[in-house]
Design a protein around this ligand. Structure first.
Ligand code: ZN
Length: 157
């Protein structure tokens, strides 16, 4: 079966930057599944996967602009340490999720100096060219229920 709209695709992927450093790999967890054509993954990635079949592999190089966009330095913000009084051991690199109605945003702590904490609202992958190595493990039809919910159901769900 070939990858097209409304197919459930299961893959292993390894993501590296342009220096070859590992950013993320599904192999550290479990294979990643998504419904093709629903905008779940980066559009360029969907384009490249279209028409592929089980057992095929592909390398996809995605520029920062095609991925999570360029970095925006105006998205850096300084906060007083007291705003983090409920955090045990605040460290650089920690990420926090903030809910705003139905939206959620993630920021990363990028510097701590005395009582000043600098946070970054950029996506962690903004400004980074992304190199995906993908193994397509399975392609199947999505069920009505999955299409309804717009996400993949696994056995234990
Ligand atoms: Zn569901």
């Amino acid at each position: 079966m070939k990858i097209s709209s409304d197919k459930v695709v299961t893959m292993n992927y390894t993501l590296t930057d342009n220096t070859g450093s590992l950013i993320d790999s599904s192999k550290e967890r479990e294979p990643f599944s998504y419904i093709h054509g629903t905008g779940t993954i980066i559009p360029r990635l969907e384009e490249e996967l279209e028409g592929m079949s089980t057992g095929e592999t592909v390398n996809v190089n995605i520029t920062a602009e095609e991925g999570y966009g360029a970095r925006d330095e105006s998205l850096m913000q300084d906060l007083p340490m007291e705003r983090f009084s409920d955090v045990d051991d605040l460290k650089i690199g920690m990420q926090f999720q903030v809910e705003d109605g139905s939206d959620s945003y993630v920021f990363t702590v990028v510097n701590i100096e005395g009582e000043n904490v600098t946070i970054d609202w950029n996506h962690p992958l903004a400004g980074i060219d992304l190199n995906f190595a993908i193994d397509v493990l399975e392609v199947r039809d999505a069920t009505e229920e999955e299409l309804d919910h717009c996400h993949v159901h696994t056995d234990d769900e």
